[in-house]
Ligand binder design. Structure first.
Ligand code: NAI
Ligand SMILES: C[C@H](O)[C@@H]1OC(=O)[C@H](O)[C@@H]1O
Length: 256
């Protein structure tokens, strides 16, 4: 098992990509701290996730706290240390993408997106890194960035800078934290079918277009991210830091 004896924190793990990552980490022997928003629907989703994790033979605790809050990272770290004694892997996954045009972008939508996707993440990564430094045996930090860190979107002008920011954060943290054996990497998903893009992909023409752009001939599923994240979390990736891994079915390289 690739993550035996490791404690893994994952933000935004109630559903979608974060949930798939949490489950695979548990199947690989990791003890899991599930970060979620604390909303009533997320509490129900987390209860069923904890059951699945326990059926897989591992253990999990959850923390309901807003990812945009700069104190949430410390709460997650505290819960991990109290429940399992350490933090070995931190996966920053929570994110929102409320599609909106640029010219009339409401300020509150812009700030909520940047706070949720990037500002909260900055302080959460800092909290995890300080704990890993104190433990003295390194660690792995992974940001769920996006193909959107590399390319734009007319309805995503508030979102793509947060994903580029996360990628850049992992690159700079790889340098700042290498001294402590803490590795920092980013995964860049393409178009993965989840709640974040349910409405967008309900447009059949858009959906067909996204599939057509993907050399592997299908949209991604949350589980497609689980293997790449577990690899980066594990000691198999012990010499990998500052890297970014597109998980997009080949969409990015498909010009024509
Ligand atoms: N689905 C896709 O095509 C892609 C998704 N991503 C990224 O993957 C990550 C996960 O998204 P998905 O699983 O696709 O969407 P999702 O909407 O299914 O999951 C988002 C998760 O973040 C949580 N979350 C949102 N706001 C929060 C807050 N303020 N506090 C705490 N938790 C919060 C949600 O409760 C949920 O668990 C996001 O960062 C997204 O930007 C990146 C590239 C492509
Ligand atoms: C929400 C989008 O469908 C999704 O998120 C991203 O980061 C990519 O731009 C995907 O298309």
């Amino acid at each position: 098992m690739l993550l035996a004896d490791k404690t893994v924190i994952i933000t935004g793990a109630s559903r979608g990509i974060g949930r798939a990552i949490a489950l695979e980490c548990a199947r690989q022997g990791g003890k899991v701290v599930i970060g979620h928003s604390g909303s009533e629907p997320s509490k129900l989703q987390v209860a069923s996730l904890i059951q699945e994790i326990e059926q897989a033979g591992s253990r999990a605790v959850d923390v309901g706290a807003d990812a945009a809050d700069p104190d949430t990272g410390s709460k997650l770290v505290k819960a991990a240390v109290e429940a399992f004694g350490s933090v070995d892997v931190f996966v920053n996954n929570a994110g929102i993408c409320p599609f909106h045009a640029f010219l009339d972008m409401p300020r509150e939508v812009y700030y909520k997106t940047v706070d949720t996707n990037l500002n909260g993440a900055y302080f959460a990564v800092q909290a995890a890194a300080n704990q890993m430094k104190e433990q003295g045996r390194g660690g792995s930090i992974i940001a769920v960035s996006s193909i959107s860190a590399l390319v734009g979107g007319a309805m995503q002008t508030h979102y793509t800078p947060t994903k580029a920011g996360l990628l850049s954060l992992m690159q700079s943290c790889a340098i700042a934290l290498g001294l402590y054996g803490i590795r920092c990497n980013a995964v860049l998903p393409g178009t993965i079918e989840t709640d974040i893009n349910k409405d967008d992909l309900a447009d059949q023409e858009k959906r067909d277009y996204m599939i057509k752009r993907t050399p592997l001939g299908r949209l991604g599923e949350p589980d497609d991210l689980a293997g790449p994240v577990v690899f980066l979390a594990s000691d198999m990736a012990r010499y990998v830091t500052g890297a970014s891994l597109l998980v997009d079915g080949g969409m990015f390289v498909n010009l024509q």
